[in-house]
Design a protein around this ligand. Structure first.
Ligand code: ATP
Ligand code: MG
Length: 333
């Protein structure tokens, strides 16, 4: 950066600091879910126009927010620097971490899909604890936001996992912000209004468990498909922008039915289909290995990593690696 640029670089704290934003517009923007400069910097003019902000004003506001955040056109070397800000969060399983060359990346969405009981929610619980670990232990020294749609979040599990890692259970539970989404509109509303909570609580992990359950039960029939996809698509874009603005890991789950009579590849039909597949940057298919605690995680798509699959297990302590003993136990069955 030249000294000239350094001089003109403004730092904005609250919406009213932006040029041309008075208290009325700021209020309107907050009602729309834009509470922070970070979220405005990644907004579209159309979103602001929906709140009655004129197109010209919307452009001005977004530009100003971006100028404060260095989120406009950049040279690829800056992109490289942004990539260098990417941090990694451990899953608790070295095998899964290795597939990802170190863990789940910030600034992207990771989707876990699989049938009931395959471990999607247990992984989410584990990540809520792991994110609180210091970086040298694979954490991000931050909090977690958990949007639960199926009433599966259990503090008892968090306490167990925290104790196992030597963390103070009360402190660990305190650092998880929880919200139950009652229907798909409520789920969208919660995420649309999450930016301030994320900022204030140093949230580095955003979970939606499950992303698709409400949509699936509310939008039935072919004629509703387009609308459902459009809503999920917008919801996912909101999520990715939050992950980028706050250098956080975003995780979504998606239940699929396993069909034993077809080969893998056709065996699962993720709800939301292509839209989710395109927006999720990294996707894991989870399945049960046999009876018992062992599960298989298959990395099915990632922007820069090869496919692969590994085993892990779910125990009373959380997500763990499969040991040699476990493997020989499996062999005996
Ligand atoms: N305290 C525990 N000790 C050991 N294993 C546990 C414990 N709690 C849960 N599990 C294991 O985790 C499984 C449930 O996994 P999880 O809830 O993550 O599934 P899911 O993929 O989220 O399923 P769904 O699609 O129904 O939400 C249980 O079947 C059990 O095997
Ligand atoms: Mg679940």
């Amino acid at each position: 950066m030249t000294t000239e640029e350094t001089k003109t670089k403004k730092h904005y704290e609250i919406l009213e600091d932006l040029p041309g934003i008075g208290p009325t517009t700021a209020q309107r923007l907050r009602e729309l879910g834009f509470h922070t400069i970070e979220s405005l910097a990644t907004a579209t003019t159309r979103e602001l126009e929906a709140a009655g902000v004129g197109e010209k004003k919307a452009l001005e506001v977004i530009r100003a927010a971006r100028s404060g955040m260095e989120l406009s056109f950049i040279r690829a070397d800056e992109l490289m620097r942004m990539r260098q800000n990417v941090l990694r969060l451990t899953t608790g399983s070295k095998a899964i971490d290795n597939l990802l060359e170190g863990g789940l990346e910030t600034q992207t969405i990771i989707e876990f899909f699989g049938e009931f009981g395959s471990g999607k929610s247990q992984i989410c619980h584990q990540l809520c604890v792991n994110v609180q670990l210091p970086p040298e232990r694979g954490g991000l020294a931050g909090g977690a936001l958990y949007i639960d749609t199926e009433n599966t979040f259990r503090t008892e599990r968090i306490v167990k996992m925290a104790e196992h890692l030597g963390l103070d259970p009360n402190e660990t539970v305190r650092n998880i912000i929880f919200a139950e989404a009652y229907n798909s509109d409520h789920q969208i509303f919660l995420l649309d209004n999450a930016d301030e909570i994320i900022k204030e609580n140093n949230i580095r992990l955003i979970i939606i468990d499950s992303l698709t359950a409400h949509f699936r039960s509310e939008y039935v029939g072919r004629e509703t498909l387009a609308e459902r996809q459009q809503k999920i698509n917008k919801h996912m874009h909101r999520l990715i922008r939050l992950a980028q603005a706050f250098n956080a890991v975003a995780v979504v789950t998606n239940q699929v039915m396993a069909k034993p009579d077809v080969f893998f590849g056709d065996a699962v039909h993720p709800v939301g289909g292509h839209i989710i597949a395109h927006t999720s940057h990294t996707r894991f298919y989870l399945r049960k290995a046999s009876r018992g605690p062992v599960r298989i995680a298959r990395l099915v798509s990632s922007p820069q990593l090869p496919e692969g699959e590994v085993a892990f297990k779910i125990t009373v302590n959380g997500i763990e690696d499969v040991t040699e003993e476990d493997s020989s136990e499996r062999g005996k069955r």
